[in-house]
Ligand binder design. Structure first.
Ligand code: PLP
Length: 440
């Protein structure tokens, strides 16, 4: 393993304690530095655009907790909402007003969503949406795309992105063969492959699930017309279309990727039937949701026969955090996120070009990532055909200069409304040396 000039003794000591009680020392694999080497930083606090680690070093944070922290860390309005909610109690196990208000906010923002059910993680949201689609159609097969990650649901782990991509696992051990046989995996952005799969097995397919705009193999937006094609093909075969907006929801626009792609006109071919949300809508707390057409949602217990439940679903503190966060997600915020992404992507492009490093920067709203290869990336095979060691060198140079990037070449980078010009300039100042490191 390469020795990195910048050591982190307090993080290393915590890692050693963690390794004794937790596999790999982390509670979610993408947090480990396995793909880039070195010691994962144990963070002790976050303020605005910055994180501080156990050694007292400060970083400009371009991970933002993998998406949720769209306002930056410790936003005062969210802190107040959380404190006020917690002062009234932590969990009631009954319905409460905050969850109604959060549901109303989601329905108001995303036009095709008529009803929602709150859950505690994106994984639960996609798992429940799949069960609902199977219950609604009476069919069992699910179609997904290689490189898309929908949480660690058994049937959705095949050729998944995010940590599964980072660690180059084809699938996960522990998923029964029978379960994997219920999943068809296709290349993203390839409508011919979708047509062919539905021509062959359309009457058995319950749903096609896609990341609205994938961010878990790096950022790979759908080609123009791709989402509409998915809508057309699924509708023609009586299968549901599930748009996974756990990452893009309320991040790419006030109405997520749907708001950006469908714009004022909506989709000519019709909206997706079901959506899944998470990350931003919980404001850093465990809150997620799935929702969509009222006639489909009506199949959920206690109204219908599809069972789904959760002790902490709609938790009053988490929903207060989510609601306070969404209330700050205004057009001004999205304009600022766009400016920050403009500045950073331009700086990346300029300095990687100057250093002669093959690269392409791809973007979806304010989400972006760099692929260390030439040419546009349209699917998972193309995403994998990049020079991962160049990413690792770039990552460690940025880290040593106080910029925290996702420790994987297959992840989106995230910015927040707290990334002011000082923070942006700190990132821009670090890029030239990192570009040189990537060139070596
Ligand atoms: N769907 C997408 C698109 C995601 O990016 C993620 C997490 O990164 C999930 C689902 C799973 O969400 P969670 O990690 O909250 O279970």
């Amino acid at each position: 393993m390469t020795a990195y000039p910048f050591d982190a003794p307090a993080s290393q000591a915590l890692l050693e304690r963690a390794l004794a009680v937790t596999p790999g020392g982390v509670n979610s694999p993408v947090r480990a530095f396995r793909a880039v080497g070195g010691t994962p930083r144990f963070m002790v606090s976050g303020h605005g655009p910055y994180l501080t680690d156990a050694d007292g070093r400060e970083y400009v944070d371009l991970v933002c907790s993998w998406g949720p922290m769209i306002l930056g860390h410790g936003h005062p309005a969210v802190q107040q909402a959380v404190a006020a909610a917690a002062a009234k109690g932590f969990s009631f196990g009954t319905p409460s007003e905050n969850e109604v208000a959060l549901g109303e906010e989601i329905v108001r923002r995303v036009a095709p969503v008529e009803q929602v059910r709150l859950v505690s993680s994106g994984t639960e949201a996609t798992m429940s949406a799949i069960r609902l689609a199977r219950g609604y159609t009476g069919r069992s097969i699910v179609v997904k795309f290689a490189g898309c990650y929908h949480g660690h649901v058994d049937s959705l782990l095949a050729q998944a992105g995010s940590g599964v991509a980072t660690f180059a696992l084809p699938d996960s051990a522990g998923v029964p063969k029978e379960m994997a046989a219920e999943t068809i995996v296709l290349p993203f952005n390839d409508l011919d492959a979708v047509e062919a799969a539905f021509a062959e097995r359309g009457s058995e397919i319950a749903a096609l699930i896609t990341e609205a705009s994938p961010g878990n193999m790096g950022v790979v937006p759908p080609a123009p017309g791709f989402t509409e094609g998915l809508r057309r093909i699924t509708a023609a075969h009586g299968a549901l279309l599930i748009s996974d907006e756990v990452m893009t929801g309320f991040r790419c626009s006030e109405a997520g990727w749907f708001g950006l792609e469908a714009g004022e006109q909506g989709y000519a071919a019709g909206a997706p039937d079901l959506f899944t949300f998470g990350k931003v809508m919980g404001g850093g707390f465990p809150a997620a949701a799935f929702g969509g057409r009222a006639d489909v949602m009506a199949l959920l217990a206690p109204v219908g026969p599809v069972y789904q439940a959760g002790t902490l679903s709609g938790n009053p503190v988490a929903t207060a955090a989510g609601l306070a966060t969404l209330q700050q997600c205004t057009p001004d915020l999205y304009a600022r996120l766009g400016e920050v992404a403009d500045a950073l992507t331009a700086g990346l492009d300029e300095h990687l070009s100057a250093a002669g490093v093959p690269h392409v920067v791809q973007r979806a709203g304010s989400m972006f990532s760099v692929f260390f290869r030439d040419g546009q990336v349209r699917d998972y095979d193309e995403a994998r055909a990049q020079h991962v060691p160049a990413f690792a060198a770039f990552f460690h140079s940025m880290l040593s200069q106080g910029v925290y990037l996702p420790p994987s070449a297959f992840e989106s980078w995230f910015v927040s409304g707290a990334h002011d010009d000082v923070a942006v300039d700190r990132v821009l100042a670090a890029i030239p040396a990192a570009a040189s490191a990537a060139a070596e």
